[in-house]
Ligand binder design. Structure first.
Ligand code: AMP
Ligand code: MG
Length: 422
């Protein structure tokens, strides 16, 4: 008999059979999640961050008519004399919203302000800094100008009939402005998906109550709330579910009746997985994915009726990592938009980072600008998946790809800034 225990595959192994990588997990999510179907018509302010349902066609040109880009003088370019200084008669003024009524003929000019309509007969605006007022009140302008200068042409921003915002676009502040520039007060957007979430664990206590021996406070529901609150979804907090099959089944059935996406934390590590798995098997279907990332390797993915279920790990850092890497893309698809790829930025590592090849690691970093305005990044200290302060001190993930085998100070790494979701 040997005196050594042959260990089973576990989360400390760099790689194990049946693992899928990050991009494969994202591809599976993209293939499974169906966008919400229903739409609603809302005032455009309420459409911020929502997903546009139908392409928006411009009902008219923006700007509607030619106007001045500068304060100066509107003239017909033919009034200028090659190689000489023309002296033009000022016949009136044009202001934004108060056009000049008459035409501007040869030898004449109209004092014009930014945004004012170009008078009939004029085709050019001379900046006031490039004109002189003569003692007799005439306006002196040299010939060093070209036709059309300082004029914003009709339709130069948007042409009538053009598609300004495609369907499936998440509406940005600029999009709201563009809609308003077209005079549109309402837009049809996809309804907000409903996301229900709960924590699992017999050890969890509610904040604001005394802590009994062996218990810990439930932090996951707070970090999850914070991340969800930044996304265009309606949130249902289902509290803590205790580690038993009946409670789990009841929580899942309740969540499935109300939500498009159900998120749980905990109860998916080996030995505990059985709390969620049989409940899901009863009510819907489930897959248990081992993803080659650290932290956050196990993820349960399932469907209950028309709801998607994502069972995140219990460790607080793993919750935030898997939420950012998998739940945010799932919500993108659910909202009717496409998945936003992670925005990775190169940075110089200030620290030595330990890493074995096999999995993609999300270490927590603090990115700052160096003296040359380039990004540099240091780690936040202890990197265990229970060290939640490593997340609150960080401003980015240091993303170390599968094949990386460690980083020396000065090496280039990729960072992913905490963004709209974190
Ligand atoms: P589990 O996957 O349920 O075994 O949880 C893994 C670790 O995360 C355990 O140490 C749990 O106590 C901890 N954990 C699970 N859920 C929470 C939670 N909601 N808040 C804080 N820690 C948790
Ligand atoms: Mg647990």
């Amino acid at each position: 008999m040997t005196s050594k225990i042959t260990s089973q595959p576990s989360c400390v192994d760099p790689f194990e059979a049946g693992m899928i990588n990050l991009s494969e997990a994202l591809a599976r999510i993209e293939a499974r999640v169906r966008p919400v179907h229903a739409c609603e018509r809302l005032p455009i302010r309420d459409c911020l961050n929502r997903v546009n349902n139908e392409a928006v066609k411009a009902p008219h040109n923006v700007p509607p008519r030619p106007n001045s880009a500068m304060d100066g003088y509107a003239i017909a370019i033919d009034s200028l004399i090659e190689g000489e200084i023309a002296e033009l008669e000022e016949i009136g003024s044009a202001y934004a919203g108060k056009p000049f009524a008459g035409p501007c003929g040869p030898g004449q000019c109209v004092r014009i302000m930014t945004g004012a309509l170009i008078p009939d007969g004029a085709d050019t605006v001379i900046m006031q800094e490039q004109a002189e007022v003569a003692a007799n009140g005439r306006i002196r302008i040299d010939s060093d100008h070209r036709a059309g200068e300082n004029i914003r042409q009709a339709g130069e921003d948007v042409k009538q009939g053009e598609i300004v915002i495609e369907a499936g676009v998440r509406l940005s502040p600029a999009d709201l402005g563009v809609l308003a520039s077209l005079g549109l007060s309402q837009l049809q957007v996809k309804r907000k998906p409903v996301v229900a979430f709960f924590s699992t664990g017999d050890e969890l206590s509610a904040v604001g109550t005394p802590l009994q021996p062996g218990m810990i406070y439930d932090s996951n529901r707070y970090s999850l709330y914070g991340m969800l609150a930044r996304l265009p979804v309606d949130i249902v907090d289902l509290g803590v579910v205790r580690d038993n099959p009946e409670a789990m089944r009841a929580a899942l059935a309740d969540a499935a009746a109300r939500a498009d996406l159900i998120i749980s934390t905990g109860g998916v590590s080996v030995g505990e997985a059985d709390y969620i798995k049989p409940a899901l098997a009863d009510l819907g279907s489930t897959e248990f994915w081992k993803i080659a990332i650290k932290p956050g390797r196990p993820l349960t993915f399932g469907e209950i009726g028309s709801s998607i279920f994502m069972g995140l790990p219990g460790n607080p850092v793993a919750v935030m990592v898997t939420f950012r890497q998998f739940v945010v893309p799932a919500i993108d698809v659910l909202c009717g938009a496409s998945m936003r790829p992670a925005l990775l930025v190169p940075a110089r590592s200030l620290d030595r980072l330990r890493k074995k090849p096999g999995r993609t690691e999300f270490q927590r970093g603090i990115a700052t600008l160096d003296a040359n305005n380039r990004w540099q990044v240091g780690k936040t200290g202890k990197q265990g998946s229970g060290i939640l302060t490593s997340m609150s001190r960080a401003n980015c993930f240091i993303v170390l790809p599968d094949d990386n085998d460690g980083v020396e100070p000065g090496d280039e790494v990729s960072i992913q800034f905490f963004d709209w979701a974190i």
